[in-house]
Structures are given as C-alpha cells and as structure tokens.
Design a protein around this ligand. Structure first.
Ligand code: DAH
Length: 333
C-alpha cells in the first residue's frame, strides 16, 4: 500500500467516524441538513478527501474508491435514519402540544334572545298567519286623517284631545293606535282582506304599573262579503286560546267610533278581569272612506295591547319592567 492511499484510507475512516458522531448528536432537521452538506455536498469533506485521489497509485484506486463509496453510503444511511427519527419526533411533539382535553369545562359564551315584547308579537303574528292573515305595517308619525278622520272619529271626539294625543309642531301626530294601518292597507288593497299590523303607539298617559306613554298594539282587520260578528267572536276566541291556553274570556259591549257594534274583551287574570283588546264590526263610514261599498262588504277589526298580553303570559305585574332594560329581569324569559 502506498503512502498516499494509506493516508486516504485513514482520512476516510476518520471522516466516517466524525460524521457518525455528529449525526448522532444532532437534534434538529435543519442541523442535519447542514451536516449533509458539510460531509456529502459538492464541496463537502468527502469530495475534499477524494480530491487527493490523483496521488494514489492507479492500482490502489479501485480499493480506495470502493472504500469512499462505502463511507458515503454509511453516512447517507445514517442521515436518512436520523431524518426519519427527527421527523417522527416532530410529529409526536406537535400531537402532544395540540392535544385537546375534552374533559375541560367549556368557555361560557353569552347568547342573547328576543325581548318578551318581541316574542309576544311574534307569537301573536304566528297565530294570525296560521289563520291566513298577512302582516303589514304603517308609519308611527301620522296625519290626523289616518289616525282619526278616516276612522270615523269626529273632531270633537275626546280621543283627539291634547290630553291623549302627542301632536307635532307641523300638525302631524304620533299615532295613538295601530287602527291607522287599517285605512292605509284598505286604500292600497282590494277585498277580501285579512291583515295583522303590529307596531308602536303613543299616548299622553301618566306612566304607572299598567300604563306607558309608548306601547305596542297589534291590529287585525278582515273584510269580505258576508262577514258577521260570529266570525269576529270565533277569531278572537281561537286567537286567545292559542295564545294563553285555557283562559276565561269575556266580551263586553263597548264603543269605538270606527266599529259598530263594538266590544271589549277581558281575560281572567289573577282572579280579576283584565282588558286585553277592543274590537267590533267595521263601521260602514270607515268602509266608505276607502271607497268600499258597505252594501257588499262587511268586516271586523280588533286592536290588542301587546304589553297586556306579555304581562299575562309571563306573570309580569308592572309594565315598566318591560322597558327598564334590566338584564336580571330580561334573562328570565
Ligand atoms: N284602536 C283602539 C284603541 O287603541 C283599539 C281597537 C278597538 C281597535 C276596536 C280596533 C277595534 O280595530 O275594532 O284602543
């Protein structure tokens, strides 16, 4: 063996040992790649050692060549093995870090829900939609015509009094009831009509446990040929039973300018009669005001107080609670 080939053989075996140790003590894939470049890269240690091949006797070259190949293969094999080991460890570490403990208590996310007035309106409208009614709305700022005049309410009617109605500086007013929607709807539609109109209404009332200056009504109106008081009574009874279940209902004769005959309806609540709605057969003058022929068409109408309904449904004793935005109260519904 010549001097040169002996040196190379030693260098190759040193290289192999050094590489094996370095690979064994590597802990990251990046470092491992650096080692690959350092030992097997184009300008790496192995290439450098083999650069001295020229000095080796031709007869010795195949032996040194195969030794070099063997070293290369060994280093390559160790690099591969280490690589898959590190990759597996990385996956394990990630799995461990991302593990979910399904027994941990969840985070509480507060969830809102409909205000009791909204849910009362929704519930009432659902019942009327089930009976074939359409839902309509009208403006809260009204003219004297829609709120009073077209509803057969004469100029000297007490409802027009400054004590009851909020008049606006421009001569308009805040509607005192949803009955104004009756007129607006009839003006734009032909009979037969079945409509339910929910909305906010305004009165100059002194606020107490059962009165508010702003409250909600639902108006219903049915116009057709041959409708009678019996249809009105049946509709109201079915509605109240669907709304409240088994509850005592009483019809009382009453007066409204826009209905004839008229009635008020009470429900028995906490041992006392509580008025929840006004109703009646649409006055022929109202039909005339929208151009319907009262000789052909008849109809009935009713107006419900939504707050009263909510109070009965949820056993609320003071209407003011509905507007106080007190979450301790509202969360109960
Ligand atoms: N508008 C009346 C009120 O606010 C309620 C009412 C009574 C509406 C009789 C009607 C009705 O449609 O027919 O007190």
């Amino acid at each position: 063996m010549s001097q040169a080939s002996g040196d190379l053989a030693i260098q190759l075996s040193d290289l192999r040992q050094e590489a094996q140790q370095a690979i064994a003590s590597t802990t990251s894939l990046d470092d491992l790649e650096q080692l690959r470049i350092r030992y097997l890269g184009k300008k790496g240690s192995l290439s450098q050692v083999l650069g001295a091949m020229g000095k080796v006797d031709a007869a010795e070259r195949p032996r040194i060549g195969s030794l070099a190949n063997e070293v290369k293969e060994v280093i390559q094999g160790e690099l591969e093995q280490k690589k898959s080991g590190l990759q597996a460890a990385a996956i394990e570490a990630r799995l461990a870090a991302e593990a979910i403990d399904v027994t941990m208590p969840g985070t509480f996310r507060p969830q809102g829900h409909a205000h009791p007035l909204t849910s009362t309106i929704d519930r009432a409208l659902d019942i009327f939609v089930g009976l074939g009614y359409t839902v309509a709305q009208g403006p809260e700022m009204e003219t004297d015509y829609y709120n009073f005049e077209a509803l057969n309410t004469p100029a000297d009617h007490p409802a027009r009094d400054m004590q009851d109605t909020f008049y606006l500086p421009d001569g308009n007013l805040l509607r005192t009831h949803t009955s104004s929607v009756q007129i607006r709807y009839m003006e734009n539609n032909e009979p037969p009509i079945r409509v339910a109109a929910p909305g906010r209404v305004y009165r100059r009332d002194t606020v107490d446990a059962t009165h508010a200056a702003v409250f909600h009504q639902i108006e219903i109106l049915a116009i057709d040929e041959g409708l009678t008081f019996t249809d009105l009574r049946g509709t109201i009874k079915i509605f109240l039973e669907s709304m409240f279940g088994d509850i005592e209902v009483r019809f009382r004769p009453s007066f409204f300018p826009f209905t004839e005959p008229s009635a008020e309806v009470d429900v028995k609540w906490r041992g006392r009669w509580l008025e929840v709605l006004g109703c009646g057969m649409v006055d022929p003058n109202v039909l005339k005001s929208v151009g319907y022929d009262p000789e052909i068409y008849t109809g009935f109408a009713a107006g419900f107080g939504v707050e009263r309904f909510a109070m009965v449904l949820h056993q609320i004793d003071d209407i003011r609670r509905l507007y106080a935005s007190d979450l301790r109260f509202l969360r109960q519904f």
